[in-house]
Design a binder for this molecule. Structure first.
Ligand code: KIV
Ligand code: ZN
Length: 399
């Protein structure tokens, strides 16, 4: 049965909603906070990237957070992504979130409460039955403010399954239109994810009327794998951040999910609205705003993601790039792959580089230059174009 969602209308069962939380969960990582102007710039870029929902902040958290969510909601007052504000279960939180999102063309309140035995006992100091009542009360209140309500079971993957099903049932009965089961502490493995989503979707009455969402933290480096597993078990919303920023080890990375879905559509046959050629510029904008660069080997957006140094790989790349690349650099916004010259590089890449630099080299000069290049590469981590020029200048004849 197709789902009729208040913000998205009748849903294609294969369409995955991309819920970006860079501005909320992402911003919660130490040192990553953004001011209003920076949040607005990021929101603009995320909308251009094709994110369906922007979780713009946690309005009760501070006046600044409230103002950011409200400004983003006003920016998307006519069209654009759904603008979402986070709220705990208390009426004050929900009221603030409702006020902050009210000017958006499509606004969402995202309310959550912990459901795991550990969190209920230690953090909330509440009995499960009282938590269940809070689920109903908070979702009902949010639903009176807006038609688009998401409910999350915080620490959902460490929640006892029968209780999780009861909470989800209560949230759906109270009017939630999206149900999120977060892996709050990045504890689950893909098999857990698959089982939890399948069980809840099968057991809970009304589950076929709502969108199931997956929200994964990366403490074990499994956030994207868990996201894919949840999609395979029927989740149709993915919560993620640019560059994978977020609490502790971060959240599932938007760019990795988008490219996994695109590259392995054969294995995960779902669609989404991400305009992948915008990925790199969005990633760079976030890095510029926050002052945190991504690690060089980061999938998709790290500076080595499409760089090749070993001679064997470079030779393969010069023959056919599909030998060592599973997606094109252009498909995510890079202009081209790079063959980086270093001590592992071979003759083919060296010769190619000389040609690109405008040098035509005879066999003898080539042998000599290549030997000198290898000596230099043993001393330097990366050999730059200027080094090559200096190295071969007295050995070659300009083309
Ligand atoms: O990780 C988490 O559980 C959260 C919730 C607020 C959805 O960020
Ligand atoms: Zn989170």
């Amino acid at each position: 049965m197709a789902i009729n969602h208040p913000s998205f209308g009748v849903m294609d069962p294969d369409r995955v909603i991309v819920f970006d939380t860079t501005l909320r969960d992402g911003e919660q990582s130490p040192g990553f906070s953004m001011n209003l102007e920076e949040k607005l710039r990021m929101a603009e870029a995320l909308a251009e990237l094709g994110a369906d929902v922007l979780e713009a902040g946690f309005p009760i958290a501070s006046p600044g957070d409230f103002e950011s969510v409200q400004s983003i909601a006003r920016r998307f007052a006519k069209d654009g992504p759904v603008v979402c504000g986070l709220a705990r279960t208390s009426p004050g939180d929900i009221q603030k979130a409702a006020e902050a999102i009210k000017d958006a063309a499509r606004g969402r309140i995202h309310t959550f409460v912990s459901t795991s035995p550990l969190h209920m006992r230690v953090k909330l100091r509440m009995e499960p039955e009282a938590v269940l009542e809070m689920v109903t009360a908070s979702v009902t209140m949010a639903r009176n403010a807006t038609a688009d309500v998401e409910w999350s079971a915080e620490d959902g993957t460490r929640t006892e399954i029968d209780f999780l099903c009861r909470c989800v049932e209560a949230a759906i009965k109270a009017g939630a239109t999206t149900i999120n089961i977060p892996d709050t502490v990045g504890y689950a493995v893909p098999e857990d994810m698959f089982r939890i989503f399948n069980t809840v979707r099968e057991r809970v009455p009304g589950a076929d009327r709502v969108i199931f969402s997956t929200h994964n933290h990366n403490d074990l480096g499994l956030a994207v794998a868990n996201t894919i597993a949840a999609i395979r078990a029927g989740a149709r919303q993915v919560e993620c951040t640019i560059n994978g920023i977020g609490e502790r080890a971060g959240n599932a990375s938007l760019e990795e999910i988008a490219m996994a879905l695109r590259t392995r559509h054969d294995a995960i046959p779902v669609t989404n609205g991400v305009k992948t050629p915008n990925i790199l510029r969005t990633s760079r904008l976030l890095a510029t705003i926050t002052g945190f660069d991504v690690q060089p080997n980061k999938a998709i957006v790290g500076r080595n993601a499409f760089a090749h140094e070993s001679g064997i790989h470079q030779d393969g790349m010069l023959k056919d790039s599909s030998t060592y690349e599973i997606m094109t650099p252009e498909s995510v916004g890079w202009t081209k792959s790079s063959l980086v010259l270093g001590k592992h590089s071979g003759r083919a890449a060296f010769k190619d580089k000389l040609k690109a630099l405008g040098y035509e080299v005879g066999d003898n000069a080539m042998n000599d230059a290549f030997k000198r290049f290898k000596d230099l590469a043993d001393r330097k981590k990366v050999v730059y174009d200027e080094d090559i020029v200096a190295l071969v200048d007295d050995e070659v004849v300009r083309a």
